[in-house]
Design a protein around this ligand. Structure first.
Ligand code: ATP
Ligand code: MG
Length: 439
């Protein structure tokens, strides 16, 4: 249950308790007030009647008594809720003001109505019994109007406080909702998120800590990316250097050995000539392997003919070594001129993906796709996709080697995204989207 709902429920509970106490208190008070009012009226009427009797004006004259009773009823306002009845007079109308009495609901009247003894008194005047009967209904009607107004005010206060609490909490919790969404984003690697202050000091402390945290994460992510980019660049330099060393030193030496073996073979005959031919074959073999190593260390064709040609050669080579799995290359667009860094990065991603297919996939077919699109943002993007129909794996279940991590780091160090989707038995699909400076 949300905090808002909880607070509103708590307020409702507290208010219901307060209302119950207020109702009990109001009913008790009203009942006392009604009794006091009626008792005072009947006492006053009885006092006036007794005064009339004691003055002797009532002695033996029933009509004088009747006239006095009528005068009492008309002249004394506090007695308006009393009926003063002569014993032999016909009963008057039941209620002087039925409209007022009807205003109080029956339950209220039952709760506050006084006992019968409070409502009735009798005085004997000149042999005539005069009954004073208090009519509680009008008194109760008045009391109901007051109680109803008080209850209405309380109810309005309750509704108002609930609405204010609901709106205020909604306003106060909005920054927390934004904070929660931002934290989820941080979990997904969106470290550039910053939150605006809310004007609520308690929450702003958390907001400023959050902003400090994302700033620190962003800094360390940038540091990591720079470090990865730097170490990849150093690695590539080292590989290029090794490739050149192999080419210059080993290549020339092997060529020299081969030339010597050829010249020996031309000068001798018999078993020696046979040995010389073997040296020539072995030298050619070693040279082919060294060339392979050179290409793997640094594909010269990448610098000379570009990415598409280098990937094509790599896929051709790969197909030459893997007869049970055919890899298709789809190059959707003519690739533009790319930076050294992008060229070698994409080349290494495809290279590692194909190596993984050969080592782990047990696939019968694989596919490498290269395409360019400018739709993803201001900079054009190079899309790379390498997929296979092999055994696949549940990502996250394997203790990852360096290959997948290296691919991701390369893509990220080029400012791009790298994703791997796979399920056991469903093959693996690797995509990399690398932005590049269009030309
Ligand atoms: N195409 C694929 N098909 C099936 N499993 C794969 C595929 N690519 C990767 N995997 C699984 O993911 C794991 C991690 O691959 P990763 O390239 O990171 O390491 P590796 O190939 O085992 O070692 P290395 O560090 O030499 O690359 C592999 O061990 C393999 O289980
Ligand atoms: Mg690997």
């Amino acid at each position: 249950m949300g905090l808002r709902l909880r607070l509103n429920l708590l307020l409702s509970l507290l208010f219901s308790l307060a209302l119950a106490v207020a109702i009990v208190y109001l009913l008790g008070n009203t009942r006392r007030a009604v009794v006091d009012e009626l008792r005072a009226s009947t006492e006053l009427a009885s006092h006036l009647l007794r005064g009339f009797r004691d003055s002797g004006a009532a002695a033996g004259d029933a009509s004088a008594v009747a006239a006095f009773v009528a005068h009492l009823a008309q002249q004394h306002a506090p007695l308006r809720h009393l009926r003063i009845l002569l014993a032999d007079a016909p009963p008057p109308a039941a209620d002087a003001d039925p409209g007022q009495a009807r205003q109080a609901p029956a339950w209220f009247a039952r709760l506050v109505a006084p006992h019968e003894t409070v409502l009735r008194q009798a005085v004997v005047l000149g042999g005539t019994e005069v009954s004073i009967v208090a009519d509680a209904s009008a008194e109760i009607g008045e009391a109901w109007r007051e109680v109803r107004t008080t209850l209405l005010v309380l109810l309005l206060a309750f509704a108002g406080s609930n609405v204010v609490a609901f709106v205020f909490l909604g306003h106060a919790l909005a920054p927390l909702r934004r904070l929660s969404a931002a934290l989820e984003g941080v979990g997904r690697g969106r470290y550039a998120t910053r939150l605006a202050t809310s004007g609520i000091p308690d929450i702003d402390v958390i907001v400023s800590r959050f902003n400090e945290m994302t700033a620190a994460l962003e800094r360390s992510e940038n540091d990591n990316a720079n470090l990865a980019r730097r170490s990849l660049a150093i690695q590539e330099d080292e590989r290029r250097h090794l490739a050149h060393e192999l080419h210059d030193e080993m290549g020339q030496s092997i060529t020299a050995i081969k030339a010597l073996a050829v010249s020996i073979g031309e000068r001798v005959e018999g078993p020696l000539a046979e040995r010389a031919r073997t040296i020539v074959d072995v030298s050619s073999d070693v040279y082919a392997r060294v060339r392979q190593m050179m290409t793997r260390l640094h594909p010269v064709i990448l610098d000379e003919l570009g990415l598409a040609a280098a990937v094509e050669l790599m896929v051709d080579d790969w197909n030459g070594y893997h007869e049970d799995c055919f890899c298709e290359l789809v190059c959707r667009h003519e690739l533009p001129q790319l930076d050294d860094e992008v060229r070698i990065g994409v080349y290494r991603i495809v290279q590692e993906a194909l190596t993984n297919i050969a080592r782990h996939a047990r696939a019968s077919s694989a596919r490498v796709e290269l395409s360019v699109s400018a739709q993803d943002g201001p900079a054009p993007v190079l899309h790379v996709r390498v997929s296979d129909n092999g055994v696949g794996f549940e990502p996250g279940t394997r203790s990852s080697g360096l290959g997948l991590r290296g691919m991701r780091e390369r893509a990220q160090s080029l400012g791009g995204h790298w994703t791997l989707t796979s399920e056991a038995g469903q093959g693996v699909c690797i995509t990399a989207e690398i932005p590049f400076a269009g030309n």
